[in-house]
Ligand binder design. Structure first.
Ligand SMILES: Cc1cc2nc3c(=O)[nH]c(=O)nc-3n(C[C@H](O)[C@H](O)[C@H](O)COP(=O)(O)O)c2cc1C
Length: 358
């Protein structure tokens, strides 16, 4: 029985990778397209003046983007984790591993995660667990990687579509609260691409969570991935479930939104998406699908080159926004249009104030 469960988990991880990569060949539009920054024709700064550094989870890092949680937990994904860790090391960006449940249940898979720390001994590495994981096991997950922070993923929509997924969720909040109290490293609670509303963020802030990753809809779609894994495809009506990354970011602009640190991810495709998310208050921006797609299609070196070029492109975009650093970028005026504006209006966001911030 135990062996069957282990095999099922390994196969699931390999299927997630294959289906996630396939999805990235034709992604649905992301609502970040309905967001436009107001720039300048007379920049105050030169490209070389721009400072991209940011502070997340108590650590200052040189660049405001990171590789989000994906792999580990099968033989095949050990290699992928090694390659992602090499990319993270060379580009000097943080990286999260995929859910460590597999290794906590089957110790022969520990090396498929540990390879990340071995490849990148001095990097900022994030552990990843579900709130299903008992505290003593979660602490082992942190130790396994000598992790700098702990990601806890909350993914009820994915679990429900997954045939073998969880069906009980009401104990998650108490479990997360225990982690906040007992984790030796900072905790970040993340979605997996269905996005968080300001109400969810407030519920988390109220129990002491200090950082969330909004992880909105618009990129990798786990309703679709899990539905494709089912023989009956019974959840094809749920493929559009969730709050997009643009919506989640906009929701955090509401006057009643909790004042906590947030990261953004979900459907980030290019440096302009990163700049938009930072301008809307995110301290850093995560990417999963894009990185694994680039890795599979072009390999490690080309992916490193691409992300290195992104740094230069980011500096150029800061110049256009007349911002020397992320603090100044967060004062940029932003126009919200289209469906995102409709959504923002119904959620009571002051979009005129956003459009005239400076
Ligand atoms: C192949 C794959 C595996 C993933 N596995 C995990 C996981 O184990 N834990 C987790 O928190 N998120 C996982 N995610 C979700 C990502 O971290 C991210 O939240 C989501 O893919 C949205 O970002 P994207 O649009 O940049 O892909 C996975 C994503 C992909 C593509």
């Amino acid at each position: 029985m135990q062996k069957n469960d282990d095999l099922l988990r390994e196969r699931r991880k390999d299927e997630h990778v294959a289906l996630g990569v396939k999805q990235n060949e034709q992604l649905a539009p992301s609502s970040l397209e309905d967001l436009q920054l107001i720039g300048t024709s007379l920049p105050r700064y030169n490209v070389k003046d721009i400072d991209l550094k940011t502070t997340i989870l108590g650590t200052t890092v040189p660049f405001p983007f990171y590789i989000n949680a994906m792999t580990g937990g099968s033989r095949h994904t050990k290699k992928i984790n090694a390659e992602l860790a090499e990319i993270a090391r060379e580009v000097a960006i943080p990286m999260a591993v995929g859910s460590q449940s597999a290794a906590l249940k089957n110790s022969s898979l520990i090396d498929t995660y540990k390879i990340v720390r071995e490849t990148n001994p001095n990097g900022v590495i994030l552990s990843n667990i579900s709130p299903e994981v008992a505290i003593q096991d979660g602490l082992r997950a942190i130790d396994m990687l000598e992790a700098n922070a702990l990601q806890i993923h909350i993914n009820p929509a994915q679990e429900l579509v997954m045939q073998e997924g969880d069906r009980s969720f009401s104990h998650w909040l108490t479990r997360i609260e225990e982690y906040v109290k007992l984790s030796p490293v900072p905790v970040v609670v993340k979605e997996v691409g269905f996005g968080m509303t300001r109400e969810t963020v407030k519920t988390l802030a109220d129990i002491g969570v200090q950082t969330v990753d909004l992880a909105g809809k618009g990129g990798t779609n786990f309703a679709k991935i899990e539905n494709d894994r089912r023989r009956d495809q019974a959840y094809d009506f749920l493929l559009d479930w969730g709050v997009s990354t643009g919506q989640a970011l906009l929701d955090m602009q509401h006057r009643d939104a909790p004042k906590i640190a947030y990261l953004a991810s979900g459907g980030i495709r290019n440096p302009l998406d990163i700049v938009k998310a930072l301008a809307l208050g995110a301290d850093s921006v995560g990417m999963a699908g894009q990185v694994i797609y680039s890795l599979k299609k072009d390999g490690v070196l080309k992916t490193i080159e691409k992300l290195e070029f992104w740094k230069e492109q980011l500096r150029g975009l800061f110049v256009l926004a007349n911002a020397k650093n992320i603090r100044e970028l967060k004062e940029t005026s932003i126009i919200i249009s289209g469906e995102l504006a409709e959504w923002g209006k119904l959620r009571g966001i002051d979009m005129v104030q956003l459009a005239n911030r400076k």
